[in-house]
Write a protein that binds this ligand. Structure first.
Ligand code: FE2
Ligand code: FE2
Length: 170
């Protein structure tokens, strides 16, 4: 574990953590896309995969500005979120209900990322690292957008799932 004495030390650690999380997601998101039944959900994951690749590049850029290496840490929190997602992907049942479970897993991932970016942004702001703040804010906005998109698709699926349930009862 790195010796943390300054805000800079902690920021370096947060950048490494985010970098590990994003790298893990570039491998996990294609599986989420493939496991989705709803075409809009699959497209949302594929779109966010492209954004995630850009986020990896932004973190590399931020690391260069801060004169640190982005590599060197494993984000075990994201590893756990991805494991939970894999559990959902292995299940069987009604396509809409399974998709809602995938959305639950995906939403958890986005919130975890948002918390990481918000933390890193606060630290970078406090040391006046403006370029780093701007890079991190762009990625945060993408995470927020992805989270919103997942929830919107989820609301639609939930409506059709509950109307199917109502029809079944009638
Ligand atoms: Fe991300
Ligand atoms: Fe994300």
């Amino acid at each position: 574990m790195a010796d943390k004495k300054t805000v800079e030390d902690l920021l370096a650690d947060e950048i490494k953590d985010l970098y590990s999380a994003e790298k893990q997601l570039t491998k996990a998101i294609p599986k989420m896309a493939k496991g989705s039944n709803d075409p809009a959900l699959e497209a949302a994951f594929n779109d966010h995969l492209k954004e995630t690749e850009g986020q990896v590049a932004r973190l590399e850029e931020a690391a260069t500005i801060l004169k640190i290496s982005a590599a060197g840490k494993k984000c075990v929190g994201m590893e756990g979120c991805i494991k939970e997602g894999a559990e959902v992907l292995g299940e069987e049942g009604e396509p809409n209900i399974l998709d809602l479970g995938i959305i639950g897993a995906g939403t958890r991932v986005e919130h975890y990322e948002m918390a990481g970016y918000m933390t890193a942004i606060s630290l970078a702001q406090s040391i006046g690292a403006k370029e780093v703040v701007s890079l991190l804010q762009q990625s945060l906005a993408e995470e927020q957008g992805a989270e919103h998109k997942l929830r919107t698709i989820g609301s639609g699926l939930l409506k059709s799932a509950s109307s199917a349930h109502a029809a079944g009862k009638a």
